[in-house]
Design a protein around this ligand. Structure first.
Ligand code: FE2
Length: 220
């Protein structure tokens, strides 16, 4: 960029123009260079209730279970997002799994269930799908609830076609227990912690009484 100093330009104007020109020379990325560098989504514990049983209905609609008349108890939430690499490019074909407890706080897992403690048979408890060509995934599930000392959360496991995988948890903005949850606050960096907390927004146009949440997952 050529800087032409005109008679009405003061010394400061010339310096500012030169500085702007230098910045514009630095900013544009080279062809093929990453446009942006993202931080990987923080890893979180898998916890004791990773599903043992993926037989039967394990699709991305956890609110309806094949063969069950009643749908899941709880508020419906449509969780959607993209799987991205560190440069912000979508990862096509990533396998995305989620699992969470039912509206009464019971996991579909033998370690959590027992006599008199059964999971909601109308809630699928876990689901999986492959991200599309744009890295997009979506699940229809219920708003997560608190149990024990845990603030509401949904577990995620993302497996990339290249073989790497990431296990994390998604949290809900505004939940009062977030401030005291040991797993969530194990993420010490506030920006990293905020990256796993999502806002629920009303989604009545999508489904009456439902909410929507967007959770992009960056795999390093
Ligand atoms: Fe959990």
């Amino acid at each position: 960029m050529a800087i032409v100093a005109t008679p009405w330009m003061g010394r400061r104007d010339v310096v500012t123009a030169l500085s702007a020109a230098a910045t514009s020379l630095i900013l544009p990325p080279l062809p093929g260079q990453a446009q942006s560098a993202l931080s990987p989504t923080p890893r979180q514990t898998e916890g004791p209730y990773y599903p043992r049983d993926w037989q039967g209905d394990a699709d991305n609609d956890l609110v309806v279970v094949q063969g069950e008349t009643a749908k899941a108890v709880g508020q419906v939430v449509h969780v959607q997002g993209r799987v991205l690499d560190l440069s912000g490019q979508p990862v096509a074909g990533a396998a995305v799994e989620i699992w969470q407890c039912d509206a009464r706080g019971v996991y579909r897992h033998p370690r959590d269930e027992g006599p008199g403690r059964r999971h909601d048979s109308g809630f699928q408890g876990r689901g999986r799908m492959l991200a599309d060509g744009g890295g997009r995934y979506r699940f229809r599930t219920i708003r997560p609830v608190a149990y024990g000392t845990r603030t509401p959360h949904i577990h995620f496991k993302v497996a990339l076609p290249a073989g790497r995988s990431l296990i994390t948890q998604m949290y809900v903005f505004g939940e009062p227990l977030n401030a005291r949850d040991g797993v969530l606050n194990g993420i010490r960096d506030p920006r990293q912690r905020d990256s796993v907390i999502v806002r629920l927004e009303p989604a009545d146009r999508l489904e009456a009484g439902a909410m929507t949440a967007t959770f992009d997952i960056v795999v390093g």
